[in-house]
Ligand binder design. Structure first.
Ligand SMILES: O[C@H]1CN[C@@H](c2nc(-c3ccc(C(F)(F)F)cc3)no2)C1
Length: 330
């Protein structure tokens, strides 16, 4: 089997939400697919009422196939210090026509304010490696890991678009979704993330700088976070850009003259080019003249974070069969 689901950008492409059916009869929630974590958690009938603010909830009591995992719990924190915690059920989960009959569905009892404020997001669906899963006493597998043995191929792909619907596909590579060749880089999954090595970068039409940097491909992250040396080199070539200490990041004119940013994949010289307009991320004020930069420093995380700003420019293959990450232009 295979699955194919449309994923929809929220305002400024801050995150992408994908409809997921849970339970019998199906309850459809819009989840944030996140290759940087490995918990599937949802707003639920158990979420404190004051923390629910427009989200669609999953109610296991209304599902004939829901089973409570007695004594199991979870608690998770994300890179921006948002967090959630609760209980665990198993139930049928279907994405784009692909069903896992007994998936661990983590129901939230409490969520941090940032989740309460994001009324469109009904939960997250982790697509990282389950060594990251937070369920105790026994870690649970992700939807992809549960589906993998049945899939036509042990892969899933991300095709995010700027300001338009894209797709998450499971079990197949759609040859119509990209141009040219897919270039693969080996993945090291030891710390649970999809870690690969970028080979270097170029600014606009400038020369390519060869510099290897360990990188994480994170569909749940909004921006492209790079080593500060690369970020300083980039913004040095962006007229009118500056570091805004109040906002804690670089800003630049949103006037359509921003240089592209290209990054290297593998050692064959293949590159992906992020159009400058993607790097004019979002206006910092109502005047709309200044934008927050889509490229920012990774500030000592030790890894570059290839989030949605970069993923919008590529067709990405998460190949667990060969432990490799494929990148193609589109
Ligand atoms: O932790 C890393 C794993 N992947 C990154 C990620 N971060 C979120 C997130 C989504 C929504 C919110 C909130 F709604 F604003 F609260 C917060 C964080 N989803 O994936 C970072």
């Amino acid at each position: 089997p295979t699955g194919s689901a449309e994923t929809n950008p929220q305002e400024h492409d801050i995150e992408y939400l994908t409809p997921v059916s849970i339970g019998t009869p199906p309850q459809v929630l819009n989840l944030d697919f996140d290759t940087g974590s490995a918990d599937l958690w949802v707003f639920s009938s158990e979420t404190s009422k004051s923390a629910v603010n427009g989200q669609t909830i999953y109610d296991p009591a209304k599902s004939s196939t829901a089973k409570k995992m007695q004594g199991y719990s979870w608690q998770i924190a994300y890179g921006d210090d948002s967090s959630a915690r609760g209980d665990v059920y198993t139930d049928a989960v279907t994405i784009g026509g692909l069903t896992v009959s007994s998936q661990a569905v983590e129901v939230a009892k409490t969520v941090s304010d940032a989740f309460t404020s994001d009324s469109d997001l009904d939960g997250l669906l982790g697509l990282g490696f389950s060594t990251l899963n937070t369920v105790e006493p026994v870690q649970q597998k992700t939807f992809f890991e549960k589906a993998r043995p049945e899939l036509d191929a042990p892969v899933f792909t991300a095709d995010l678009r700027a300001g338009a619907p894209g797709h998450f596909n499971f079990g197949f590579i759609d040859p119509g979704a990209y141009t040219g060749n897919i270039t693969y880089a080996p993945v090291d999954n030891n710390i649970g993330w999809w870690v690969w090595t970028s080979s270097g970068y170029a600014v606009g039409s400038g020369a390519f700088t060869n510099t290897s940097s360990p990188s994480i491909t994170d569909t749940g992250a909004t921006l492209l976070l790079l080593p500060s040396s690369v970020v300083e080199d980039y913004y040095a070539q962006v007229t009118g850009s500056q570091y805004d200490h109040f906002l804690g990041g670089y800003t630049l004119p949103c006037n359509g003259s921003t240089p592209d940013f290209s990054f290297g994949v593998g050692d064959s010289g293949a590159t992906i080019t992020v159009p400058g307009r993607y790097i004019e991320y979002a206006p910092t004020s109502t005047s709309g003249k200044t934008c927050f930069g889509g490229i920012q420093a990774d500030d000592g995380i030790g890894f570059s974070i290839y989030g949605d700003i970069a993923l919008k420019a590529a067709f990405v293959v998460f190949d667990a069969g060969n432990m490799q990450l494929g990148w193609a232009s589109k």
